[in-house]
Design a protein around this ligand. Structure first.
Ligand code: HEM
Length: 228
């Protein structure tokens, strides 16, 4: 029964919350759609936490996405043991980068009084959910090796069964605890997404990469004007 709730119903609740609340929040409170930067409260430690965390988590995020979209290509890539090894080691390095960065971000908030008062319950939930996802991911990587090989005939068919609305719970219910917890924590992150600062992921300022540079033209003499 618990498996039916966790792997058969929870994924749909997560997707409904993710899509429904994200759209609703964007319409009602567009100015809250942000990462709510804390750089002006503390910037030195932010760099050492945020950069490794974001580099690791973004590679892992897109790696998971591509892996689920193109399982056959991943299998072809893995046909040579050396390539399988490169893929697994790269993912593990990104997992370690992510956890090191995340612990850095959490310690940064815990140590600074200014940041502590600006940390909401939602922020704490995000840190807990991210920690669960990353710790269980590393647990899978270290205890159930060659995940990039076995996921194609376990997790991929399970996700496909969810898409066609006929959840094949058996596929995941038989997986070891680490893998099951990793899947549940991913759906928990999806559920929290639209209520928290995680929404900044879908409003990433990507167009900044190709938009023309801004030219600031002063019409007054900057030396003689107060700027008021
Ligand atoms: C799409 C690309 C992304 C961009 C451009 C981006 C950008 C940012 C920025 C600018 C901040 C604020 C840092 C500050 O000044 O305080 C931030 C914070 C944060 N981001 Fe991202 N992010 C991205 C993806 C992600 C992803 C995929 C996750 C996790 C799944 C994530 C989780 C977080 C968290 C938890 C914080 C809060 C850090 C803290 O204040 O302790 N971000 N992000």
């Amino acid at each position: 029964m618990l498996d039916v709730i966790l792997f058969g119903a929870f994924p749909y609740v997560a997707v409904v919350l993710f899509v429904g609340v994200s759209i609703q929040r964007y319409r009602r409170e567009p100015f809250t759609y942000s990462s709510l930067s804390t750089q002006f409260l503390e910037s030195r430690n932010l760099f050492w936490g945020s950069v490794p965390f974001h580099v690791g988590v973004l590679v892992l995020f897109f790696g998971h996405l591509l892996g689920f979209m193109f399982p056959r290509q991943v299998m072809l890539w893995n046909a040579m043991p050396a390539r399988l090894f490169i893929l697994e080691v790269s993912a593990l390095i990104c997992g370690i980068l992510t956890i090191v960065g995340l612990v850095g971000l959490i310690l940064r908030r815990a140590r600074s009084a200014r940041l502590r008062v600006n940390t909401s319950v939602n922020d704490i939930l995000v840190y807990i959910a991210l920690l669960c996802s990353i710790i269980t991911g590393l647990w899978v990587a270290l205890s159930l090796r060659w995940g990039s090989a076995w996921y194609t005939h376990t997790i991929v068919p399970y996700l496909q069964s969810l898409i066609v609305m006929q959840p094949d719970i058996q596929r995941v219910a038989e997986l070891p605890l680490a893998a099951r917890l990793h899947i549940i924590s991913a759906f928990a992150l999806f559920s929290l997404f639209s209520f928290t600062r995680l929404v900044h992921i879908i409003v990433a300022p990507v167009p900044y990469l190709w938009r023309p540079t801004q030219l600031v033209i002063w019409n007054r003499d900057r030396k003689t004007t107060s700027g008021a």
